[in-house]
Write a protein of this length. Structure first.
Length: 275
């Protein structure tokens, strides 16, 4: 009589918060033996574990990875050539992702869930995401569609990624510009958006909204005049994982406050960041 052997990973190193968030959502966080400091923002419960803290996929080091004795390393964009070399140098099974769209995010969830032996759990997570995004889109289908400028970086100005643009469309807005592309202060001013959203990578909810409006000369812009200038927590929009549902809710509250008056992770101009 033969017994089924589980060949799935038992010791995982995550080099991006998105991978950590996916592991948490599919119930495999107990397999995590090392992660980045940014993962603690997504999964604060890791602070109470013995999980090692390592550099992320932008600055990875093979010695840190090997110290955790993993049988799987998961990384995602952004990368540098040197950091990829370091990951490969560790000689450990490696999953590398480079998502752009929501479809890519779903594929990454399915891939991680599959290799961890939880394919069905991954399917359920994907279905939950798709159901909420679809329901939000249908709920707002007949509403006006404000023009929304959303940036992931402020110097230089870089618009948010495609998956954010897709969430903005689902939340009843029209995304301004080309996703993930550099733009200018003048171009945004000329477009005169109805809503401005800043979600800077690594900044949490601490983007200085008053300062960017004044320094860029945006005080006369329609969004600024109406007070529709917002910060959304970095990890809710810039982490391509199930946490994007928090971003969707925050976007819906920023774009259509008459329907969604509040949401976690959303801060309006004139209010202080969380401590």
């Amino acid at each position: 009589m033969t017994h089924e052997v589980n060949h799935g990973p038992r010791r995982v190193v995550s080099l991006q918060p998105s991978a950590t968030a996916i592991l948490a959502e599919i119930g495999e966080l107990d397999k995590l033996v090392a992660c980045t400091k940014y993962c603690l923002d997504i999964c604060p419960q890791l602070k109470e574990t013995k999980c090692l803290i390592v550099d992320d996929s932008w600055t990875a080091h093979s010695n840190e990875i090997l110290a955790a004795q993993p049988d799987l390393v998961i990384a995602s964009v952004p990368y540098q050539e040197a950091s990829v070399s370091e990951i490969l140098k560790a000689g450990v099974r490696f999953l590398g992702f480079a998502p752009r769209s929501l479809a890519d995010v779903y594929g990454d969830i399915a891939c991680i869930a599959g290799i961890m032996g939880g394919a069905r759990r991954g399917e359920l997570v994907i279905e939950q995401m798709q159901d909420e995004i679809r329901a939000t889109k249908e709920h707002l289908a007949r509403r006006s569609r404000p023009l929304v400028y959303c940036e992931e970086w402020g110097k230089p100005l870089i618009t948010s990624q495609l998956w954010v643009a897709q969430l903005i469309e689902a939340a009843g807005g029209e995304f301004l510009g080309k996703p993930g592309a550099q733009t200018t202060v003048e171009a945004v001013l000329e477009s005169n958006p109805n809503v401005i959203i800043a979600s800077w990578c690594g900044a949490g909810d601490r983007v200085p909204l008053e300062k960017i409006v004044s320094d860029r000369g945006w005080g006369g812009m329609q969004a600024a005049r109406s007070g529709n200038v917002f910060c959304i927590r970095d990890e809710f929009l810039n982490t391509p994982a199930p946490t994007l549902l928090h971003g969707l809710r925050a976007l819906a509250a920023a774009i259509h406050p008459e329907i969604f008056p509040t949401a976690a992770g959303l801060r309006r101009i004139g209010t202080p960041p969380s401590t």
